[in-house]
Each structure stands twice: as structure tokens, then as C-alpha cells.
Write a protein that binds this ligand. Structure first.
Ligand SMILES: Nc1ncnc2c1ncn2[C@@H]1O[C@H](COP(=O)(O)OP(=O)(O)O)[C@@H](O)[C@H]1O
Ligand SMILES: [Mg+2]
Length: 253
């Protein structure tokens, strides 16, 4: 479980996070929604210690990571997979080497690395493409390879930064299906950040809205879509006309 208490982040004078409180339960997929530039990526980077806070606590499995040395933090980071915004691959490496990249930190034997690369590429629906180069893949395929790379060392948690942004509708569906599949088959606790409410509704058990540095509302997709909070309503109606959730909850908007 991850528990975030009163998290603040300043860049110079500018306060980006102003007291975020949130609990992330084991096994769930929770999505943080919010407008562009509201601090979603900054928030996600704190969970894995890529950004450090001046104020607040982040407990990962009972340990406050804001107090850890870099060395101890590195151990905690091994529990996380991270799909970066853009999800870039290394062009100089083939697909197999890209997926194996993170595994090098874990001292797995060569044979085990090969097996894992094979296994996780097939998990994202791209079996046997180890010897292709990134240039030979479409944008959606690259994203799936980046996802295989993020899960190849069996993380307990996976953090997705805008996993469907910039993808066409069909690829967006494929990636959201994969997020659901990974949660149900591999039981990975997933934290997604996106400004795409449709993806949020499809993949999430819970959605939390970040606004002006705080979580202003948390609920199931159905509760968020039917929220009477004007900030949430404005965000949702500004984004889409009509949404149906994959969890079978109806919308009374
Ligand atoms: N390293 C940084 N230094 C200064 N400002 C930053 C840095 N990273 C992010 N910011 C600022 O923090 C705010 C939130 O950014 P971000 O988390 O990337 O937003 P988004 O919700 O779109 O992911 C933005 O105003 C951004 O300019
Ligand atoms: Mg971002």
C-alpha cells in the first residue's frame, strides 16, 4: 500500500503540490485526473523518488521514502515499474535489448533474462519481435514494448504517465485493455495519470482528481462521472459529451 500524507512540492516560488492526501490500495488501479500542467507527472515522480519533497510523507509498504538515503531508495524503486510519458525506446538497441534493459540491475542470469523478455513481450501481444529495431515499429507497438520493459522485473507497482495520450482510438483501446489485463492477471497495483477521462473510466477501480495542488475528489468512475463537485463537473463536461464505463456503472449526467 502507498499512503501519501500532506505532500507539497515547490519549484522556486511556485507551489505545484499543496497538500496531497491519498491512499493507494494493493491490487487496485487508481487514476489521477486533472488539467494539463496541474502537477500529475510531478506527483507520480514523487511516488518513486525521482522528485523529492520538502514537505509531506510518502509511505510505500509502511516505509516513508521521503526520508530514505539514495541507496535505500534504490531498493524501494525496484518494486516499481514506470511507463514514462512518451514511453521512448532506445533506438540503438533492438527490442529484446530494450525490454532487458531494466533487468540488468537485478543480476538475473542470461537465460532468465531471455525467458523474461520472451514472456513479457508475449504478454503485451508482441511475441517474437526481439530482433526488430524500434524504427520498424508503429507508435502503439513502441508503447507496448515500453510496457513490457516496465513490467519485466515483476514490479509490485506500476506507474503509467499518460499511457494513451497521442495514440489513435484503436491503439488507445489496446493499451487500456492491456492495463486492465495486467492488473487482473499479474495483480500489479497500478497508478495511472492522465487527462483522458475516457481511459480513466475504463481502466480504474477509483479515480482521484487533482486540482490546484490538492486531491479534490475521489471515487469510483461512476461516482466521479456523477459528481456534483463543480470542479469535477467542469473537467468532465469539458472533456467529453458521453462516457460509458467499463465497470457497468450508469451515468445520470
Ligand atoms: N523540474 C521542474 N522545474 C520547474 N518546474 C517544473 C518542473 N517540473 C514540472 N514543473 C512545473 O510543474 C507544473 C506541473 O507539471 P506537470 O506535473 O508536468 O503537469 P501535468 O499535470 O501536465 O503532468 C507545471 O507548471 C510545470 O511547468
Ligand atoms: Mg504530465
Amino acid at each position: 500500500m502507498i499512503k501519501i500524507i500532506d505532500l507539497h512540492k515547490f519549484f522556486g516560488e511556485k507551489a505545484v503540490l499543496q497538500g496531497v492526501n491519498l491512499e493507494i490500495y494493493d491490487g487496485e488501479t487508481i487514476t489521477i485526473i486533472g488539467g494539463s500542467g496541474c502537477g500529475k507527472t510531478v506527483f507520480l515522480k514523487h511516488l518513486i523518488g525521482l522528485l523529492r519533497t520538502e514537505k509531506g510523507k510518502i509511505y510505500v509498504d509502511e516505509v516513508d521514502i521521503t526520508k530514505l538515503t539514495d541507496e535505500k531508495l534504490h531498493e524501494v524503486q525496484k518494486r516499481f515499474g514506470y511507463l514514462f510519458q512518451g514511453g521512448a525506446l532506445f533506438d540503438s538497441m533492438n527490442i529484446g535489448e530494450n525490454v532487458a534493459f531494466g533487468l540488468k540491475n537485478y543480476n538475473f542470469p542470461q537465460e532468465e533474462i531471455k525467458k523474461r523478455v520472451e514472456f513479457y513481450l508475449s504478454h503485451v501481444g508482441l511475441p517474437g519481435i526481439e530482433n526488430l529495431s524500434p524504427a520498424e515499429l508503429s507508435g502503439g507497438m513502441k508503447k507496448r514494448v515500453a510496457l513490457a520493459r516496465a513490467i519485466a522485473y515483476d514490479p509490485k507497482y506500476i506507474l503509467y504517465d499518460e499511457p494513451t495520450t497521442g495514440l489513435d482510438p484503436v491503439t488507445t483501446e489496446t493499451i487500456s485493455d492491456l492495463i486492465l489485463y495486467l492488473q487482473t492477471t499479474l495483480k500489479i497495483t497500478s497508478v495511472v495519470v492522465t487527462h483522458d477521462i475516457k481511459t480513466a473510466c475504463k481502466v480504474s477501480n477509483r479515480i482521484a482528481m487533482l486540482h490546484e495542488g490538492k486531491i479534490v475528489e475521489t471515487g469510483t468512475p461512476g461516482q466521479i462521472l456523477n459528481s456534483e463537485n463543480p470542479i469535477v463537473r467542469q473537467f468532465i463536461t469539458g472533456k467529453i459529451e458521453e462516457v460509458s464505463t467499463s465497470k457497468g456503472e450508469s451515468v445520470n449526467a
